[in-house]
Design a protein around this ligand. Structure first.
Ligand SMILES: Nc1ncnc2c1ncn2[C@@H]1O[C@H](COP(=O)(O)OP(=O)(O)OP(=O)(O)O)[C@@H](O)[C@H]1O
Ligand SMILES: Cc1ncc(COP(=O)(O)O)c(N)n1
Length: 269
């Protein structure tokens, strides 16, 4: 079994962060492992407290995993602050991590700053060059590039600019578009479009976490980047189409819809 590692924050409500990543890993056929960067007290309505994990403990978690287990892919999510980013970058370099998917998480759907704005440029400078794929959403791409993104042309332009920071591939996600949910993949030469209609649901907590973890799982299993993204896009679209009305706010996606359907366990919300 291939092994994938998520380096991210814990979401107590289970829809985003480490919890979403481990569910997405399991649903996409890999053994999931985790390095926790921060513990958040959050639910479908908001984030109420954050405790950053001591960088020495983050470094030890990375060491414990890589010294013992072959890591086939890594997904990076919430990285909170400068010390955390520096620790992760050093760890990934030390262990020559491969198939690295960086989700540059900045602000939660509920509006909480999961990344200290003072650390934004550090994330760009230290983590983007290590990425096989970086997966910004539109607001994150606007922060990274400093440009306003309102059209598919703007998305292409921003993807080109982000590629200059050193990732091998940029997947600019269109979840914040108003008409459809088109994501654009740029490998430095070619733009590839992954389109799906916009699904009318308010339950989209953790969509980006889930997509980036699924891409990492597919890379771990040996898929090329284009195929890894295409399969992950199908997976997230199904997870959103069958999203769960759990909690009083923005509910989570359904990480196991296809598996449950095949097993006849549970059909739909
Ligand atoms: N309403 C929707 N219908 C269909 N696809 C969607 C919808 N919302 C998001 N997506 C898709 O979900 C994936 C994640 O994109 P999104 O832009 O929501 O990420 P994100 O904002 O980083 O998510 P999060 O911060 O919640 O983890 C993309 O493939 C996007 O196109
Ligand atoms: C620990 C953690 N990581 C990432 C997100 C982003 O997810 P969303 O934008 O859906 O709130 C989150 N809310 N919490």
């Amino acid at each position: 079994m291939k092994k994938a590692l998520t380096i991210a924050g814990s979401d107590s409500s289970g829809g985003a962060g480490i919890q979403a990543d481990l569910k997405a890993f399991a649903a996409n056929g890999v053994f999931g492992m985790s390095v926790i960067t921060a513990v958040t007290a959050q639910n479908t309505q908001g984030v109420f407290a954050v405790q950053d994990i001591d960088p020495a403990v983050i470094a030890k978690q990375i060491e414990a995993v890589f010294e013992d287990i072959e890591v086939d892919a890594v997904k990076i999510g919430m990285v909170s602050r400068i010390e955390t980013i520096e620790t992760i970058a050093a760890g990934l370099k030390k262990y020559r991590a491969r198939n690295v998917v960086v989700d540059p998480v900045m602000v939660s759907k509920s509006g909480y700053h999961l990344l200290n704005p003072a650390a934004e440029s550090k994330l760009t400078a230290l983590l983007l060059p290590l990425a096989t794929v970086v997966t910004p959403n539109i607001p994150e791409a606007e922060v990274i590039t400093g440009m306003k993104i309102t059209s598919l042309q703007d998305m292409e332009e921003a993807a080109k600019m982000i590629h200059c920071f050193g990732p091998q591939n940029v997947l600019l996600k269109g979840g914040h578009r108003t008409d459809d949910a088109t994501d654009i993949l740029f490998d430095g030469n070619t733009f590839r479009y992954f389109s799906s209609p916009r699904i009318a649901t308010t339950n989209t907590h953790g969509t980006g976490c889930t997509l980036s973890a699924a891409i990492a799982a597919n890379l771990a299993r040996g898929y090329a980047v284009y195929d890894a993204v295409a399969l992950a896009k199908e997976y997230i679209t199904t997870a959103i189409a069958h999203a769960l009305a759990i909690g009083k706010g923005v509910g989570p996606t359904h990480h196991f819809y296809d598996l449950y359907k095949r097993a006849g366990v549970f059909i739909d919300e």
